[in-house]
Design a protein around this ligand. Structure first.
Ligand code: AVJ
Length: 322
C-alpha cells in the first residue's frame, strides 16, 4: 500500500548509517556515550509508553494536566491552521490540542514528524478515523536535521512536547532553536514542553523506578546494537544508573559494566572494551528554570507569550512566538 500520508526523508538505510556512525564515535570516546534516539525501536517505544504510566514518572501527567487546562487558550491565541508536532511518537496528548484547534475552527492540517515510520503509521491510522476532515501528513525525519522539510501552509504552530528538548545539551539547543526560528515566519508559534528543576528526591525515582521499567528501557539500547550492528552485548551485565548532575541541572542515564568485558561489534569491525564499573552515558535529560529557558528562547528569536505549569509546578508549557 502506498504511503499517501507519509513523506519519508529518512530511510531505514539512513537510520542504519547514522547508528553505525554514532555508535562508532560514541563507543570509542572517553567517556563512552550514545544518543538517546536509538532507544526507540518497537520494544523501546513500548517501554517508553509504560514509563509514562509509572507513578514515579510525573512529566507526562503534568504536561497533560497543563494541556487539558490550556488547549482552548492556545487555540484562541494562535488561531493555527497547521499543527506540526516534532518527535510525535503516538501523538497521544496532542489530541487535546487537535480537539481545541478544531473547535476553534481554524485547524486544517496536522503534520506529525518522527524518526519512526512505524510509530507514525500507527498514529496516522488512528488519527484518520478520529479526525476525518483533517489533512494529515506525516514526515519521517530526524527533527534535528530536517527542519527544512516542514510544510509551509497557513499560520503554523510547532509543538515540541514531553520535555524532549531536555535531550539536547545547551550547546545543541541554541542552534536547534535558532534553526527552528529561522524556518518560521513572524507571528507563527512554538509550543514547548519543558521539565523543571526540582529536588533530586523527585527526579531520581522518575528515572529509576521501583519496578525497573526505566532500567529495561535503558538496557534496550544494547538490544538495538546487538540486532542492528551485530554487537555482542549481554544487557544483563550492565546496571542501570540514573544520576542528577547538579552543576548542569540534568539527569544522566548510564549503563555501568558489572564486570570487565570486551564486546565485538561485527558490523563495525570493532571490539569495545569496558573496565569493571565503566559507564556508558545513554541519555541527558536537562531540567529547566523559567528565566533560563526564556533567555534561551529570546536568544533564538522567540518571544515567550505564556508560561504555564501544572498545579504542583513540576513541568512547564510555554507558548512563544517567532
Ligand atoms: C522522552 C526524552 C522526554 O527525558 O524524560 C524517560 C525519556 N528517559 N525516562 C525524558 C526518558 C527515561 C524522556 N523524554
Amino acid at each position: 500500500m502506498p504511503d499517501l500520508e507519509l513523506d519519508i526523508h529518512l530511510t531505514d538505510a539512513d537510520l542504519a548509517a547514522a547508528l553505525r556512525s554514532d555508535a562508532r564515535t560514541g563507543l570509542t570516546a572517553t567517556p563512552k556515550h550514545l544518543p538517546p534516539k536509538y532507544f526507540y525501536d518497537a520494544r523501546g517505544s513500548e517501554l517508553f509508553e509504560e514509563i509514562t504510566r509509572l507513578h514515579e514518572y510525573y512529566p507526562t501527567r503534568a504536561e497533560r494536566e497543563i494541556l487539558a487546562e490550556r488547549a482552548g487558550a492556545i487555540a484562541r491565541r494562535t488561531g493555527a491552521k497547521t499543527l506540526i508536532e516534532l518527535g510525535s511518537g503516538s501523538s497521544e496528548k496532542t489530541r487535546l490540542l487537535l480537539d481545541a484547534l478544531r473547535e476553534h475552527g481554524t485547524l486544517a492540517s496536522f503534520t506529525p514528524l518522527d524518526v519512526s515510520a512505524a510509530a507514525l503509521r500507527g498514529a496516522l491510522s488512528d488519527l484518520r478515523r478520529e479526525y476525518p476532515d483533517l489533512h494529515l501528513q506525516g514526515i519521517v525525519a530526524d527533527f534535528v536535521h530536517s527542519l527544512d522539510v516542514l510544510p509551509e501552509a497557513g499560520t503554523r504552530l510547532v509543538a515540541f512536547l514531553g520535555g524532549t528538548i531536555g535531550n539536547f545539551t545547551p550547546a545543541e539547543r541554541a542552534p536547534f532553536l535558532a534553526a527552528l526560528r529561522a524556518r518560521l515566519s513572524p507571528g507563527e508559534f512554538l509550543l514547548l514542553g519543558a521539565d523543571l528543576v526540582k529536588s533530586p528526591a523527585v527526579l531520581i525515582p522518575a528515572y529509576d523506578d521501583e519496578s525497573g521499567v526505566t532500567a529495561e528501557f535503558n538496557r534496550n539500547v544494547l538490544h538495538v546494537l546487538n540486532r542492528e550492528l551485530g554487537a555482542h552485548f549481554d544487557p544483563a551485565l550492565f546496571a542501570h544508573v540514573a544520576r542528577w548532575d547538579a552543576a548542569n541541572e540534568w539527569i544522566e542515564m548510564r549503563l555501568r559494566a558489572l564486570v570487565p568485558m570486551t564486546v565485538p561489534i561485527d558490523a563495525l569491525d570493532l571490539t569495545v572494551s569496558f573496565a569493571e564499573g565503566e559507564e556508558l552515558r545513554t541519555e541527558v535529560s536537562a531540567k529547566f528554570r523559567r528565566e533560563g529557558l526564556t533567555a534561551e528562547l529570546a536568544a533564538a528569536g522567540f518571544a515567550v507569550r505564556d508560561w504555564w505549569t501544572d498545579a504542583a509546578g513540576r513541568f512547564a508549557l510555554t507558548l512563544a512566538t517567532a
